[in-house]
Design a protein around this ligand. Structure first.
Ligand SMILES: [Mn+2]
Length: 295
């Protein structure tokens, strides 16, 4: 009996990835990172990539809200070989893979996996782009700016600190509602802007202008816990008073006016089919791809 009319090992509307494709830019690649070793609360992000791919078949290739088809070339390269228990070695593997994708002019979409993996992506990008010209837009409930978490330098809770040490032009954090005082001071001292949920909901025009004013390339990292837990309960650290899926859609429409050089969507810990967290993650990537489409 045929259980699937689609191939759930690939993201919807994608082809199996190969580095030798001759299609010129823009072309997008999906790479899954089924990794969850530094998780401290709800485990399961190693199942994120398969859950997001499966959920991606829930949507049409036409996006009526945008009046656009998903028509950008999309290639799914499957999952990274991860080394459970070792963030650093996993990031090294990811760095090599993203390197290959960049060399072949793919814009990488990385699906996690816990947030620590974003460092591997940025460590690859730094070899191709002058990071001092790249703005990082970070959607998250948390700042992730602690220097060490439980004695670990490489962790989901320290990832933006490690990325800030790579000296990007600017980090803009959106949806923040949980931080230590030390993280707030570090942000203030290190050219990191942060906007709370209340600021985004009550003064969207201000946020819109800040995003509009960004010059140069933009990398986007999205921790799914930026959503309110009512929309995304299956994440490593669910945090109340978050953004709605409509708020995120509005933000993404602004962000996608920019030159996006990569996207990651992390912290999905869905362990069952049709879980709302994986559906929102797949929809977010689907919307992003439609926003990058021409027709
Ligand atoms: Mn977070």
């Amino acid at each position: 009996m045929l259980l699937y009319t689609h191939n759930p090992s690939l993201f919807a509307f994608s082809q199996e990835g190969t580095l030798s494709t001759n299609i010129t830019k823009p072309k997008f690649s999906i790479i899954g990172v089924p990794f969850d070793s530094s998780t401290t609360y709800k485990p399961g992000t190693r199942f994120g990539p398969i859950a997001i791919r499966e959920a991606s078949y829930n949507f049409e290739n036409y996006n009526i809200e945008l009046d656009k088809k998903l028509d950008v070339p999309l290639f799914d390269f499957g999952n990274l070989d991860v080394i459970h228990g070792n963030v650093r070695k996993t990031c090294n593997n990811l760095k090599e893979t993203i390197n290959d994708l960049y060399k072949n002019e793919f814009t990488p979409i990385t699906i996690g996996g816990e947030h620590s993996i974003t460092l591997g992506v940025l460590e690859a990008i730094i070899q191709y782009k002058d990071l001092s010209k790249v703005t990082i837009i970070h959607l998250d409930a948390h700042m992730d700016l602690i220097d060490e978490y439980m004695g670990e330098k490489y962790s989901h809770a320290t990832v933006m600190r490690r990325i800030s040490e790579l000296k990007p032009k600017k980090i803009i954090q959106l949806g923040i509602r949980s931080a230590s005082y030390e993280e707030k001071i570090y942000a203030d001292d290190n050219n990191i802007s942060y906007f709370k949920v209340s600021e985004i909901k009550n003064n969207f025009e201000k946020i819109n202008k800040i995003i509009n004013d960004i010059k140069g390339p933009v990398y986007v990292t999205i921790d799914m816990d930026v959503y309110d837990p009512s929309s995304a309960p299956s994440v490593g650290n669910p945090t109340p008073y978050g953004l709605s899926s409509c708020d995120i859609f509005k933000l993404m429409k602004c962000i996608c006016q920019k030159n996006i050089i990569g996207l990651d969507v992390v912290e999905v810990a869905s362990t069952s089919f049709a879980d709302i967290t994986s559906i929102n993650a797949a929809k977010l990537i689907h919307d992003f791809l439609c926003m990058q489409s021409k027709s």
